[in-house]
Design a protein around this ligand. Structure first.
Ligand code: AMP
Length: 236
């Protein structure tokens, strides 16, 4: 039997729209894991695993990793015990083929149909945000730095923040191209379901409040015991 309060959330939207930041906030509020496929791949690349070696050059070029590989990664991750009450997906699915695979996977794992939030942001704002984005190499926290500030550090563990290699301007352009080429079909796939277009041009706090309200409207039991959202200072 599906637990009363299971929730699956999918974030769609261009790089830099704040999917990671919102996924972290919802994860904290709902008590279910936030799963970023990009983060799983970056960690694999850093630790030099077989998966990491297979995806490193594709990621560096801003292209998409193959559907088969990504589906395998996600099936493995969602089958773990911490996902038994659901999860928040950031960066997956990216193609209609992945979306179809996920549909069957959720069914097989006895998880509910997802709520889909498509974060919208104007292209000029995306590039500006990505060039300011920095990440903590220890805890993965995402920050938006001010230009010309001192070397920024993580507020949680003091690590010096770093820029993702694929946030370099040339790769950003490539990633946006890939996004443009795939996003419309994916949005069309989900449009008739629990799908919401969300303006990402607001503060993270404002956006997560709206997302929690929408989740509560759809599935009140899931947020009955919502903890107050963590005061994440990060903005993406
Ligand atoms: P992200 O952190 O979501 O921007 O992902 C970083 C990179 O990882 C992407 O540019 C892709 O190369 C790869 N990637 C992450 N998720 C997926 C996915 N669902 N399908 C294909 N490639 C992905």
């Amino acid at each position: 039997m599906m637990p009363e309060c299971s929730t699956v959330v999918i974030f769609l939207g261009p790089p830099g729209a704040g999917k990671g930041t919102q996924a972290a906030r919802l994860s904290e509020a709902l008590g279910i894991p936030a799963i970023s496929t990009g983060e799983i791949l970056r960690q694999a690349a850093q630790s030099g695993t077989e998966l990491g070696k297979a995806v490193q050059s594709v990621m560096a070029s801003g292209q998409l990793v193959s559907d088969d590989l990504m589906n395998e990664v996600v099936a493995d991750r969602l089958s773990r015990r911490d996902c038994r009450h659901g999860c928040i997906l950031d960066g997956y699915p990216r193609t209609v083929s992945q979306a179809r695979f996920l549909e069957a996977l959720l069914d097989r794992l006895n998880l509910p149909e997802p709520v889909i939030f498509n974060l919208n942001l104007a292209p000029e704002k995306i590039v500006a945000r990505l060039s300011r984005r920095r990440q903590c190499p220890q805890c993965g926290g995402i920050y938006s730095i001010k230009p010309y500030s001192a070397p920024p550090r993580c507020e949680r563990d003091g690590s010096v923040l770093v820029q993702r290699p694929d946030d370099a301007p040339a790769t950003i352009r490539q990633r946006l191209e890939v996004y443009r080429a795939t996003s419309e079909a994916l949005a069309d796939f989900y449009r008739t379901r629990n799908y919401y277009e969300i303006s990402a041009a607001r503060t993270p706090k404002h956006i997560s409040k709206e997302l929690l309200r929408l989740i509560a409207t759809r599935r009140p039991a899931a947020v009955a015991a919502v903890r107050p959202p963590l005061q994440v200072s990060a903005t993406a």
